[in-house]
Each structure stands twice: as structure tokens, then as C-alpha cells.
Design a protein around this ligand. Structure first.
Ligand code: OFO
Length: 177
């Protein structure tokens, strides 16, 4: 059994809430896209919502394997309205940056506490955040290139659908499927 200090337990519980917030954030975005008839974007955000839930579950499992009962902390209300898809993706980038920061803070705490197991556990999240930020940066670049002409929403939606398929394919390769 692994010993998790009270500080680490509290920080992991907070991260469970952060990942839960991220999952709800993407779920709300998926249904905002549904209202806008952006089917490709909806699929992208639904997959992201599932991923974030999986990130949350991994922390539950880690705490439970360490003999600690994880808390199911309250998750604040997520935004449900956006002015346009460009603004939505900018908010997604800010959201991912804030999760990256919380993972880095957690890792710094695990280092201060000499908690080698938690440091190793968190490395997966560090890599995951780097990859997620890279995908969102690519999307923001494509949106900028497509511009805001008459057909732009159509092309943005198609582009996000393509990026979604690429993310799914690379995840299956990594899992050896
Ligand atoms: Fe949990 O991966 Fe981003 O937020």
C-alpha cells in the first residue's frame, strides 16, 4: 500500500473535481454545438468529455489502490453559452491551460513531499496535457486560416471532424488496437 500524505490526498481530491469540471465543460460544449448544427465539433467535444471522465476515474483508482477513500467533491457549474465557435475554442484553450497548471502544481507538491509514486502517476497527466494543448493550438491555427467568410463554419466543422478522427486513430495506435 502507498502512503499518501493528507496534503497529497487533498490535492488529488481537488484534481478529481478539476477533471470532472473539464468533462462537464466539454459535454456542455457538445450540446452548444448541437444547437449550432456543428456536428463535427459536437463529436469532438463528446469524445473529449469521455476522455476527461477517464482522467477523473484514473485518480479515483489511484487513491483507492493506495488505501484512501476518494472524495466526490462538488463540481461548479460550467459555461453553457458562447458567442461563436472561435470564442468557444479560445475558452477551450484557456481551460486546458488551467488544468495543465493544476497538474504542474500537484507535481511540485508531490516533489516537496518526496512522494515518488504520485510523481510517477502524474507524469502520464503531464504528457496528456501537452498533447491536448497541441491539438487545440492546431485547431486555433486552422480556424485562423479558414477565416470568417460566408462558408467558414462549414469548413471549420469539417476540419474539426478530421482532427477528431486523427486523434481517435492515434489513440487506437497507442493502445495497440
Ligand atoms: Fe484531463 O485532460 Fe485536459 O483537461
Amino acid at each position: 500500500m502507498i502512503d499518501l500524505s493528507p496534503k497529497i490526498q487533498e490535492a488529488l481530491n481537488n484534481q478529481i473535481a478539476n477533471e470532472g469540471f473539464a468533462s462537464n465543460f466539454y459535454l456542455a460544449l457538445a450540446y452548444w454545438c448541437d444547437d449550432q448544427a456543428l456536428e463535427g465539433c459536437k463529436k469532438f467535444f463528446l469524445r473529449q468529455a469521455e476522455e476527461e471522465r477517464m482522467h477523473m476515474m484514473k485518480i479515483y483508482e489511484y487513491m483507492s489502490e493506495s488505501g484512501v477513500h476518494p472524495k466526490t467533491s462538488a463540481i461548479p457549474q460550467v459555461p453553457i453559452e458562447y458567442s461563436n465557435i472561435q470564442e468557444a475554442f479560445k475558452k477551450v484553450f484557456d481551460q486546458e491551460r488551467s488544468v495543465t497548471q493544476s497538474i504542474h502544481n500537484l507535481l511540485s507538491l508531490a516533489m516537496e513531499e518526496n512522494d515518488y509514486n504520485t510523481q510517477q502517476f502524474l507524469q502520464w497527466y503531464v504528457d496528456e496535457q501537452r498533447e491536448e494543448e497541441a491539438v487545440i493550438r492546431t485547431i486555433l491555427d486552422r480556424i485562423r486560416i479558414i477565416g470568417d467568410g460566408a462558408q467558414s463554419l462549414y469548413y471549420i466543422d469539417k476540419e474539426i471532424e478530421k482532427i477528431n478522427m486523427t486523434v481517435i486513430a492515434s489513440a487506437s495506435n497507442q493502445n495497440g488496437e
